[in-house]
Design a protein around this ligand. Sequence first.
Ligand SMILES: Nc1nc2c(c(=O)[nH]1)N[C@H]1C(S)=C(S)[C@@H](COP(=O)(O)O)O[C@H]1N2
Ligand SMILES: [Mo]
Length: 159
Amino acid sequence: MHKMLRISLLALLLPALAAAQPAPLQVTGAVAQPLNWSAAEVAGQPHITVKARDKAGKTHRYSGVPLSAILAAAGAVAGGKLHGPALRKTLRVTGHDGYEVAFALAELDPAFAPRPIILADSRDGKPLPDGDGPWQIIVPGERKPGRWVRRVATLRVLE
Ligand SMILES: Nc1nc2c(c(=O)[nH]1)N[C@H]1C(S)=C(S)[C@@H](COP(=O)(O)O)O[C@H]1N2
Ligand SMILES: [Mo]
């Protein structure tokens, strides 16, 4: 192929290739170290598996990263420091469609919470389907799945 043609084809394709890159996970707000994690970086974090019932009442095995571990990596207040006035703090989770839910940090902290809430990247051993992934919040034991945010974009700690 002619060199100029090759270069201009590449120039045309580059924005499309960039757009095809999945958006990173943003961890922001009242944290010491904001994070911007690619899917590979999320996949590289220690995972746990939880069983949870979906809206249809079907039990699945979801694997993912505990939100408490993500908050720890971002330097959000946790553990022994999460007491007294810090207990007002919340995590706002936003999906790519703008859907938002809140968790109290205490709901996520292993010192308070009986169950880990996770940022799941797989269900029954397979990546989440496109409409749910790459990441979905899974809240085991919760009676309604309203906080199972699909297509998670941002985790923001609010004071
Ligand atoms: N990104 C995103 N996640 C979402 C929602 C949404 O609108 N957007 N709806 C929530 C609600 S209210 C419920 S009940 C569950 C299941 O929703 P579904 O019935 O659309 O599957 O997904 C939750 N996660
Ligand atoms: Mo819902």
